[in-house]
Design a protein around this ligand. Structure first.
Ligand SMILES: [Zn+2]
Length: 87
């Protein structure tokens, strides 16, 4: 497992999204809701280390308002608790 995939997994897990490794293709990973497993698109693995964390950080507001993420609301819940725990 590459450090980049770890980084992607770690970053998305903070907003309640699971990352599936797609060994066959290797360049994209599927994103799924951490609660109901609905597909939420994909992410490339060519991101620079650390960049995915920055992208997720920038999207936290969008998740919190339900503009991104699953319609079951799991990402919104996670993003709101993330935002609430910020200094
Ligand atoms: Zn869901």
């Amino acid at each position: 497992m590459s450090p980049t995939l770890d980084d992607i997994r770690d970053s998305y897990s903070r907003v309640g999204i699971e990352v599936e490794g797609v060994a066959t293709y290797g360049t994209y990973y599927r994103l799924r809701c951490g609660r109901c497993a609905a597909p939420l698109g994909s992410v490339g693995d060519r991101l620079l280390p650390g960049l995915v964390r920055q992208i997720v950080d920038e999207q936290v507001e969008l998740y919190a308002h339900g503009l991104l993420g699953c319609k079951c609301g799991y990402q919104a819940e996670r993003a709101r608790s993330l935002a609430a725990s910020r200094p």
